[in-house]
Write a protein that binds this ligand. Structure first.
Ligand SMILES: Nc1ncnc2c1ncn2[C@@H]1O[C@H](COP(=O)(O)OP(=O)(O)OP(=O)(O)O)[C@@H](O)[C@H]1O
Ligand SMILES: [Mg+2]
Length: 390
């Protein structure tokens, strides 16, 4: 096992020995030490043991820890599985309970369950790259994110158009914090801090936007930070959609964590030419498997047919979105993504595309699944929970 375990309360030296023997790092913490988000470079432990055998009042710090560090798994060590204590523990947000006789096996079993639950999500990241300005990359990114979120997955949309991102406008949202704040603070990203930077668009959709006032990109772009941001995001969201500008071409080198990269084109010669350059670059860097082409605003009358684009780019078209200028503009003017409904040919095409991307990966994090949380508590009270130290 790997990870860091925080220990609060108690004076049991054996506990630390057992944890170290299992390959874990241990830190002794004061009761109030995790009551607020950790700032700076220190990382919070993945799991905390609160020993309430000598001091039952320590239970009171657990709700504060959960509030400040929602992803930390918490176990208590108690003398007996007394129902009143269990109820208080459940209300406090405790995930595991180890009762006397506390053994190396019961401690290690609890910790391994907690670490499993705290395991990062590893969501899928989809990058939408416009082959040329104005092809509709943001329209697709915004509506794809919205459609995926409607399918009950947790979705984050990151606007990487650092100098002129307009995703906020598509949602009628004005961000207080922006992607620039996240990129400047990748060293201190934790879940609480991150969630304070995003705009909550709906219960499943968060947006990390660009400030509407950021007309000039601040300083040179550090690709290391962009990679760190995407890596962090896929740990907490089931889907991450990236709106990537072609102009900041350096950004296409930071898409290592992307599950799929979609290059958006129109049936226009200059766009297809640009797409050739972008596709070649992406192919050289990431291989052909992850890259695919999307045609936006399809035009049956166009002299450039989809097959011509496939030939020019040596790649199959992943999806083609119809042209519906009126619907696109109406949505923009309302500040509501058109994928809010499935009515209309453009909206239904976006939903159809979202469905081709596969279901979200399961999350194992307990605080997001109240049902599994309560079943754990019932689990403590059933006789076969030998691993809980009965
Ligand atoms: N399928 C479509 N049918 C009709 N109009 C569309 C469609 N997709 C996008 N548009 C319109 O095209 C314009 C440009 O779209 P969008 O802002 O998404 O492009 P972009 O590639 O992100 O541009 P930029 O390079 O400025 O970031 C918008 O007015 C949008 O409403
Ligand atoms: Mg755009």
């Amino acid at each position: 096992m790997t990870g860091t375990v925080g220990i609060i309360g108690g004076s049991d030296k054996l506990l630390e020995q057992w944890l170290r023997a299992a390959g874990l790092q241990c830190v002794h913490l004061r009761a109030d030490e995790l009551s607020a988000p950790i700032r700076g470079t220190t990382a919070a432990p993945e799991v905390v043991f609160v020993d309430v055998r000598e001091q039952r009042t320590l239970l009171a710090v657990i709700p504060q820890i959960k509030r400040s560090h929602p992803s930390i798994g918490i176990a208590i060590i108690c003398s007996t599985l007394d129902p009143a204590l269990m109820l208080d523990a459940m209300r406090a947000g405790v995930n595991e309970c180890v009762a006397e006789p506390v053994t190396a096996e019961s401690v290690q079993a609890a910790i391994s369950r907690l670490l499993q639950q705290a395991a990062p999500t590893q969501g899928r990241a989809f990058a939408i790259v416009g082959a040329k300005g104005g092809v509709g990359a943001t329209t697709i990114a915004v509506n794809l994110a919205h459609a995926l979120a409607q399918a009950t997955a947790e979705v984050l949309l990151i606007d990487l158009n650092l100098s002129s991102g307009d995703t906020g406008t598509f949602f009628g949202a004005e961000p207080r914090f922006t992607v620039q704040d996240a990129l400047e603070n990748t060293h201190r990203l934790d879940e609480t801090f991150f969630r304070s930077l995003v705009v909550k668009i709906s219960s499943n959709l968060d947006l990390l936007a660009v400030s509407p006032r950021a007309t000039v990109a601040a300083g040179p772009l550090d690709l290391k930070n962009v990679r760190a941001l995407i890596d962090f995001a896929v740990r907490y969201y089931q889907y991450v959609v990236l709106d990537v500008p072609r102009a900041e071409s350096a950004l296409v080198d930071a898409l290592d964590a992307a599950t799929a990269i979609f290059v958006v084109v129109n049936q226009e010669l200059p766009t297809v030419r640009n797409a050739q350059v972008v596709v070649l670059r992406l192919r050289q860097r990431y291989g052909g498997e992850r890259i695919s082409v999307l045609i936006n605003r399809t035009d049956r009358q166009s002299e450039i047919a989809p097959e011509d684009i496939e030939k020019a780019l040596k790649m199959r078209i992943g999806h083609a979105f119809p042209s519906d200028y009126r619907a696109a503009i109406a949505a923009l003017n309302k500040g509501e993504p058109l994928a809010k409904t499935t009515r209309g040919r453009l909206a239904s095409s976006i939903h159809a595309f979202a469905q081709t991307l596969g279901p979200p990966r399961d999350k194992g994090r307990p605080e997001k699944t109240p049902a599994s949380e309560s079943s754990r508590i019932f689990g403590w009270l059933t006789p076969d929970r030998s691993t809980s130290g009965q």
